[in-house]
Write a protein that binds this ligand. Structure first.
Ligand code: F6R
Length: 361
């Protein structure tokens, strides 16, 4: 049932404020993160995060959180590479697998490889009875509800929600976060659904930009820090459902090659909240503009004021705690892909060649 929406993807994008609020409350007991007793990170020496596709980009985001908040070294890998490379798994490693379906063949094989090698196996899944959940020591549900659109939207933000809570828990377990800082972080999380609603109000602006982007053959996505994994997710979403060629780069990599692609036919989506890295990204953005590139900027009011007037289009999002930008900025990336696909008349919910659950290699 699409509840009046034209596509399941639209329904799943728009229900994120409600779904995220529920997903969060499932893990909170006042200002305590309600996770299994045995899930302690005090002695974790290393984390290995493995997944495919969108779930992999959730892992890549989580790497930044676990490293900066909890000080745990993190490796991330794509399941299809990890499983055949059979990397050494040193003692003290916790392996964590992220999968919406819980049935992705490569992710499951990677988990089985870690079975007798890692200290413990965690998973972050949407389907609680899935193979990946069953074969984990601890399976943490994301509580996104069933996701029907092939392009993952609410599952991605709900994966981020659980991964961020895990990183906070790890920071507390390792004595790197005071109860006051934790309370603040949880308050920020509780504020997210409201910010998502405000973000959804930018839909008309994003749809207009998307109609222009839909005319392009290639699109680049740029971001730094926490916006780098999200740039990948934005590019994946666009190519999956609109069939427009899209690539993501870390902003700082631009001048190491990809800048050669820039001309006036290539829209460049720049994801840049006004954070500690903003000036760096803006300088990359100006390099793009100097070569005729059309910049679509996702930022906040402070960023929009500073970025200058020559940006092709700006989507101004509400201000959000820096750690939570990947959740909020996923929204305009999803909407951009959605509206570009609608403009092109592609099958939004059932894109060609793709299956919702990839149970074969
Ligand atoms: C992208 C998408 C895929 C999946 C990937 C992993 O929108 O849906 O990239 O994220 O196939 O699937 P799960 O999470 O079920 O393991």
């Amino acid at each position: 049932d699409k509840s009046g929406y034209k596509h399941f993807m639209a329904k799943e994008i728009w229900e994120q404020p409600t779904v995220l609020a529920n997903a969060l409350s499932a893990y909170l007991d006042g200002n305590t993160i309600d996770l299994p007793e045995s899930l302690d990170f005090a002695n974790t020496e290393r984390l290995t995060l493995v997944a495919c596709g969108t779930a992999y980009f959730a892992c890549l985001t989580a790497k930044y959180w676990f490293e900066t908040l909890a000080g745990i070294p993190v490796e991330t890998d794509i399941a299809s590479e990890f499983r055949y490379r059979e990397p050494p798994i040193p003692a003290g490693t916790t392996a964590l697998f992220v999968s919406q379906s819980g049935e992705t063949a490569d992710t499951l094989a990677a988990l089985r490889f870690c079975r007798d090698r890692a200290d413990r196996i965690l998973s972050v899944v949407n389907v609680a009875e899935s193979s990946i959940a069953r074969e984990s020591d601890i399976a943490l549900p994301i509580h996104a509800g069933i996701e029907i659109g092939v392009a993952s939207t609410k599952a991605f933000t709900c994966q981020l929600n659980v991964l961020y809570l895990l990183a906070l828990k790890a920071a507390v377990d390792r004595g790197r976060m005071t109860p006051e800082d934790l309370a603040q972080a949880l308050d920020d999380l509780r504020g997210l659904p409201g910010l998502f609603n405000a973000g959804l109000d930018r839909d008309v602006t994003i749809a207009e930009a998307a109609r222009a982007v839909a005319e392009s053959r290639d699109v680049l996505f740029l971001g730094r820090g926490l916006m780098y994994p999200l740039a990948h997710e934005g590019a994946l979403k666009l190519k999956e459902i609109s069939y427009i060629h899209a690539e993501a780069y870390a902003s700082g990599e631009l001048k190491h090659g990809p800048i050669a692609l820039i001309d006036k036919t290539v829209p460049v989506v720049v994801m840049a909240p006004r954070d500690a890295l903003f000036d760096k990204t803006v300088s990359n953005m100006h390099e793009v503009m100097a070569r005729g590139g059309k910049v679509l900027l996702f930022t906040d009011a402070a960023g929009a004021a500073e970025a200058g007037a020559d940006v092709w289009r700006t989507v101004t999002l509400p201000e959000v705690a820096p750690a939570l930008t990947p959740l909020l900025y996923a929204l305009p990336a999803q909407l951009l892909a959605y509206h570009a696909a609608v403009a092109k008349g592609t099958d939004v919910d059932q894109p060609r060649n793709l299956a919702k659950s990839v149970t074969v290699e």
